[in-house]
Design a protein. Structure first.
Length: 236
């Protein structure tokens, strides 16, 4: 059982102990980097505190199993079928509805890395991607991108997408990430990403925390950062 209140060494002390030194760095650089390292350690600790708070959420709403119907590469299924033999299910809502000529580049940029880790994730929890285009169209795009491990499903009635924020009342598609649990045959909603445009800070696009996409995490570590005028494309 996790210790609820471990005694932690102050972050700045840990940072000052850090052994890493890069060639030809100045004393000014090292002082600033040590101060930054302390903040990074605090950020890591805050991420874990938030994760622990997330894990401690009370039971979410019971899912009405009769409402949601999907079709995957192996035929039709319901929400329970998406779990397979797992007791946790994570679903990403992919912005690729029938009205789109091509899918959302931002969703696509996230799903590439998800495909790379999908087999690993599947050891712990079930992972599914749900979109509103016919499954044949989803499979064709999956082959185009060279994805091998992601499980793609069509939302046959739009009911799931409407209920869990992949489809807004005005018909707009938005990306959504939802987690469900199953215990004693009862499926409940556990958590969803709720950082929308309404909660975005000035000058920033809507984003979750932690950010699911390696793309943005890597750019955040560079001098120019992610910027505000570049977005991924389906083709380069």
């Amino acid at each position: 059982m996790d210790d609820p209140s471990p005694i932690l060494t102050p972050a700045l002390e840990l940072a000052r102990r850090g052994p890493v030194r890069c060639p030809n760095e100045s004393a000014e650089y090292r002082a600033a980097r040590t101060a930054l390292l302390a903040e990074e350690i605090e950020l890591r600790r805050h991420i874990e505190r938030v994760a622990a708070q997330r894990r401690a959420l009370p039971p979410g709403g019971v899912v009405d199993m009769d409402d949601y119907r999907f079709e995957g590469e192996n035929g039709p299924t319901d929400l329970a079928g998406l779990f397979g033999d797992k007791d946790t299910l994570a679903i990403y809502s992919f912005m690729f509805g029938p009205q789109r000529q091509r899918p959302c580049p931002m969703c696509t940029a996230l799903q590439g890395p998800l495909d790379g880790n999908a087999a690993d994730i599947a050891q712990k929890v079930a992972l599914a991607v749900v979109a509103r285009s016919p499954v044949e169209r989803l499979v064709a795009f999956k082959r185009e991108r060279g994805w091998r491990n992601l499980r793609l499903f069509t939302d046959l009635t739009d009911a799931y997408s409407k209920a869990y924020f992949g489809l807004l009342p005005d018909g707009s598609e938005v990306p959504a990430f939802n987690v469900f649990t199953r215990k004693d045959g009862v499926i409940r909603h556990f958590w969803s990403g709720e950082m929308t445009g309404d909660s975005a800070d000035p000058g920033q696009d809507p984003r979750g925390a932690p950010d699911l996409s390696p793309l943005w995490n890597v750019l955040d570590m560079t001098p120019a950062g992610r910027g505000g005028d570049w977005y991924p494309s389906l083709d380069y």
